[in-house]
Design a protein. Sequence first.
Length: 266
Amino acid sequence: MKEFQELLPQVVKAVREVGAFVAARHTGSALGGLDVDGVIAVFRMVDAPASELLRERLSALRPQARWAPDEIGTAVASTGEQWVCDAVDGAVHFLQGLPYWGVTVTLVADGRPVLAVLDAPHLGFLYTAVEGGGAHLNGRLLSTSGKSLAAALACTSQPPYNREPEKAGASLTAMLRHTLAVRNLGPTALQVAQVGSGHVDVFWEYGEDANNLLSGALIARESGALVTDAEGKAWTPASTSFVAAPAALHADVLRVLAAAPVHNAA
């Protein structure tokens, strides 16, 4: 842990540099008059140099660490060290001129996240975590919320590798019936991290989404949240579902998900 704790300030410096680079190119308003190809071209004009800058900075800090082949996917190495990063996490929100985007960096060692930094410049949120060393938001040690499920804000997302969308739909209906509100508040990593800071009480989703979950999973876990799959088993990058919630709520969340109609259909 000490090794990664000493590495953390240097990673934060690199992430904030990239965050400032991207923020300077954020229009604050939605793009208009463009087709899909035009929107993608605009995004690449920001994402490509930002990603190159991030890779340059992190590779200099940890040259032995490999680089994940794609920021969206499940290509998490089971041995050695690997950077899993997204220089503009929340591309859709960024392009719409919304503030719900950030720079996300995770260092994975032997298949598990050991260091995470998430900088959301326009929200003023800088999340950090090191395995075994707790999690922080803007330097403040984090802990999860203490609400009941009926008073909880639950968040979810739809990952690109969800091969069972019926579960997502059924679980959404079930969670709407048992929580105060259900929302999607931006990038997956940011929403999971916010479970750790108590801004969000529960996050769940179905599908393979390791690269988007790694940083938030470490931040939430180091804040005291329980991080599992929807059946209560320990979450791993190979899991096909995800739940993060305070210990006092976690069992209730699993019961709600298990009772969703799709689970009983056979």
